[in-house]
Write a protein that binds this ligand. Structure first.
Ligand SMILES: [Zn+2]
Length: 320
């Protein structure tokens, strides 16, 4: 059988972007399974959520946003350290770039390797990669909660840490008044999960419990369409949890019977493919996901750093 093309390296067809107004002054840009971004209007400023992969890609998003509002970007919120979420930051000209404490640590520790890895995995997202001026550094970080008063009668935007999940530094942006949640990659709606840097056990239990406890009625996940309504939000969270539970069950059972990583991959693929195989980036993510989960269950607490070379090794070992 011909080997599958590496990650999303041959997924080069442009995705259609849709700008949705979720409430007065609250915007989401989704793109058929490509990373989602958002923006929230304060009285005289903007909070932008996620920065896209390059300044050129970010400027296209800002150009669309500018047909709704001309307010300057005071806060740029980075949900986590992954390159496709952060490297477009310079386009926003933000006063403050906010992230979790652990995100700053991860950028310092593995930001360059992650950049090279993601560029090779998802070249389409890196529009004009030479426009990236360097790593993105948060200018304000926090451990638990960071509240932005939106001014006027707009309420507040609460940035919250819900525990270890997709990485150990994911944060969500929560609008209690509008009950809208920007969940980053902690929740995906009809898109496959990437768990190559994850803490599966925490994510599938206490972290998603905390996300669910917010009681969102609109949810913008990391990828996929905006989810509307309390039951839709519950479904998106349940789907994310189910994906993680199946992975945990399959990889654990192969390990328990003394099997190999390749067998764990095959078993996990077989268990997930009927329900999730058609969703964006499923085939791309799974080798990296199973490799990380195998490590986690072997007692390796901190995810090993993905490099462009290690990506290819794991891919060649598992995805054939
Ligand atoms: Zn991510």
């Amino acid at each position: 059988m011909a080997q599958k093309a590496f990650a999303s390296s041959t997924d080069l067809a442009e995705k259609e972007q849709s700008l949705e107004v979720l409430a007065d002054g609250v915007y989401a840009l989704t793109a058929e399974g490509d990373p989602n971004v958002g923006a929230i209007e304060g009285e005289d400023f903007l909070v932008c959520f996620e920065a896209m992969a390059t300044p050129v890609a970010a400027r296209q998003w800002l150009a669309r946003l500018r047909s709704h509002t001309n307010k300057p970007v005071r806060f740029l919120v980075l949900s986590h350290y992954h390159a496709v979420r952060v490297l477009g930051a310079s386009a926003f000209d933000a006063d403050v770039i906010v992230a979790h404490d652990n995100t700053r640590t991860l950028i310092a520790e593995r930001g360059h390797q992650d950049w090279a890895s993601e560029l090779a995995r998802m070249p389409r997202l890196f529009k004009e990669p030479e426009s990236i001026p360097g790593l993105t550094w948060p200018t304000a970080t926090f451990s638990d909660r960071f509240t932005i008063d939106l001014g006027g009668d707009r309420g507040e935007c609460v940035l919250a840490y819900c525990g270890r999940g997709h990485t150990d530094g994911d944060i969500v942006a929560w609008l209690p008044r509008q009950r809208i949640l920007f969940a980053g990659d902690l929740v995906e709606a009809q898109a496959a999960l990437y768990t190559g840097d994850a803490y599966h056990r925490d994510w599938s239990a206490s972290t998603l419990d905390k996300v669910a406890s917010l009681g969102a009625e609109t949810l913008v996940g990391g990828r996929g369409a905006v989810t509307h309504g309390g039951s839709g939000v519950a479904n998106a969270i349940a789907q994310t949890r189910h994906f993680l539970h199946v992975m945990l069950r399959e990889v654990d059972s192969v390990r328990e019977r003394g099997g190999t990583l390749k067998q764990a991959f095959d078993a996990t693929h077989a268990a997930l493919v009927d329900r999730y195989g058609g969703w964006p980036i499923f085939e791309h993510c799974l080798p990296f996901n199973v490799s990380r989960l195998w490590d986690e269950l072997s007692g390796i607490d901190r995810p090993r750093i993905w490099t462009a070379e290690r990506d290819r090794e794991v891919w060649d070992q598992l995805q054939d």
